[in-house]
Design a protein around this ligand. Structure first.
Ligand code: PXP
Length: 234
């Protein structure tokens, strides 16, 4: 059975829009766990646009499942990860000007000592890459424990033929990851319509999903939220 990592960055994005105290991502993590999340995923960005250092500290204390920290492979982030000790570090590319992570990480030999340093702190290392055979082989070579397949392209396609071809590519990539004895993870752009197809491949062990879950939560909770405020006002 595949596991679900819930990405709660999007709660912090709303909080940071006002630089205030609500909504509280810590609260979101507990609700996600109480309702079946197997993991809480957060991305500490260099510009701290959503998750803050304070969130990391509290989440490490209260998360009862697993904590997956997405981060760029910079010396600042590696220092933070070694201190925080999340269960997993997922290395992602990061550009300041992007709205969300665009494209997978381009793996290079330079990452090998950084991965080693993180693993020495007893933290699992996953790399977020495109479903590309060469990159997957490279992930193994530089010591990754897991590969998160970037599903953004799959999520954005519209034509049936293109979607079928991309699913096949993801399946073949997952087979290779497994053959190389790494954990198979997938994420980005997955929603209530396109996730099932990847689950049915039966090979992906973990999905990290955020935007779509938080988007749905806005509407499943809006009626009650308006009702409560109307009671106060009237
Ligand atoms: N996995 C990784 C590595 C990501 O960077 C993100 C986005 O932060 C996700 C999963 C979740 O993507 P989404 O919010 O589109 O579900």
């Amino acid at each position: 059975m595949a596991e679900l990592g819930v990405n709660i960055d999007h709660i912090a994005t709303i909080r940071q829009a006002r630089m205030g105290i609500e909504p509280e991502p810590i609260h979101a993590a507990s609700i996600a766990e109480q309702n079946g999340a197997d993991q809480i995923t957060i991305h500490l960005r260099e510009d701290r646009r959503h998750i803050q250092d304070r969130d990391l500290r509290i989440l490490r204390e209260i998360v009862q499942t697993r904590l997956n920290l997405e981060m760029a492979a910079t010396s600042e982030m590696i220092r933070i990860a070694k201190k925080l000790k999340p269960d997993t570090v997922t290395l992602v590319p990061e550009k300041r000007e992007e709205i969300t992570t665009e494209g997978g990480l381009k793996l290079t030999d330079a990452l090998k000592p950084q991965i080693k340093e993180i693993k020495e702190a007893e933290i699992e290392v996953s790399v977020f890459i495109e479903p590309d055979f060469e990159m997957i082989g490279f992930a193994k070579k530089i010591g990754a424990d897991a590969v998160e397949i970037h599903t953004g392209k799959y999520a954005n396609l519209n034509s049936k033929n293109e979607i079928d071809a991309e699913v096949e590519k993801i399946f073949k990539a997952a087979e290779l990851i497994k053959k190389l004895d790494m954990r198979v993870v997938a994420g980005h752009g997955l929603n209530y319509h396109n996730t099932q197809r990847l689950v049915e491949l039966g090979i992906i062990e973990e999905f990290n999903i955020g935007h779509s879950i938080i988007s749905r939560a806005v509407f499943t909770g809006l009626a009650e939220a308006v009702f409560l405020m109307k009671e106060i006002v009237s």
